[in-house]
Design a protein around this ligand. Structure first.
Ligand SMILES: [Fe+2]
Ligand SMILES: [Fe+2]
Length: 256
């Protein structure tokens, strides 16, 4: 695993506009953490009811506690950088998966999408924050959250392995473009807002559009798709979709 040495130094002072960008980032992250806590709460119950392995249920239960802790950390950082509005409500957290699929297929789809894809991407984004942030407060919070998100990704891989032993999961192959599009590509590819000062903001952990796109591509190409291939999930359609999207600074076209 890559070692993230403390880059040292202190970040430049932020003006009101740049500070608002940082506050927005952590308020939005708190909203995602709220959604994740609710999703894992529901998934824990569904996994238990479907007699998933106890190790998987335990990890899901632990994830609920982790995500609740992350909400407080992220709200705290947002407030520190000047967020004064009420906390943003949770992001989408309803069950996902193709409506025509069976209940067990939908559960597997959601576990793979939420854990193997989203949590892996989440961990990669947090590593990127650690690589650039000089602010000790942001580094400490990021480090503290990162360790948990790695466990949440592991939960998905563990459940997928269990499903593959039961010969489930091959059907995910043709659904991979749908799944890849569903993990927030519109946010990842969103242009940087007017007034964005990349170098100053990087020292405060902010990731610009081009870097977000590169991180997304690398995470899917180098971690997620090889992981799926290792357990025999066909990835040709996922790879084709990924290759059809751009790593450049243009928003990703949601091609089929
Ligand atoms: Fe989290
Ligand atoms: Fe998580």
């Amino acid at each position: 695993m890559k070692v993230h040495a403390d880059p040292g130094g202190s970040p430049p002072a932020l003006d009101a506009t740049q500070s608002r960008f940082v506050a927005n980032t952590w308020a939005s992250r708190a909203s995602s953490e709220r959604a994740a806590a609710l999703r894992f709460e529901r998934l824990t119950n569904t996994l238990r009811a479907s007699q998933a392995p106890q190790a998987v249920v335990d990890l899901a239960q632990r994830a609920v506690v982790d995500e609740r802790r992350h909400i407080g950390l992220c709200d705290g950082l947002a407030a520190h950088f000047g967020w004064t509005d009420p906390p943003l409500p949770p992001g989408p957290h309803a069950a996902i998966g193709p409506p025509q699929a069976s209940a067990s297929e939908r559960l597997l789809y959601e576990m793979v999408s939420s854990c193997c894809l989203s949590e892996t991407l989440n961990a990669c984004m947090l590593r990127a924050i650690l690589d650039r942030a000089l602010s000790p407060m942001i580094r400490d919070t990021t480090r503290s959250i990162l360790g948990d998100e790695v466990h949440h990704a592991r939960l998905g891989w563990l459940y997928l392995e269990h499903a593959r032993h039961a010969d489930l999961g091959e059907y995910l192959g043709p659904l991979l473009p749908r799944m890849l599009r569903g993990i927030g590509v519109e946010h990842i590819g969103a242009p940087d807002p007017p007034g964005w000062d990349g170098p100053s903001l990087a020292a405060w952990g902010e990731i610009d559009q081009a870097a977000r796109l590169a991180i997304f591509h690398a995470a899917m190409r180098d971690v997620v798709l090889p992981g799926l291939e290792r357990v025999g999930v066909p990835t040709a359609q996922g790879r084709k979709w990924l290759a059809s999207t751009t790593e450049s600074s243009q928003p990703m076209a949601p091609s089929a």
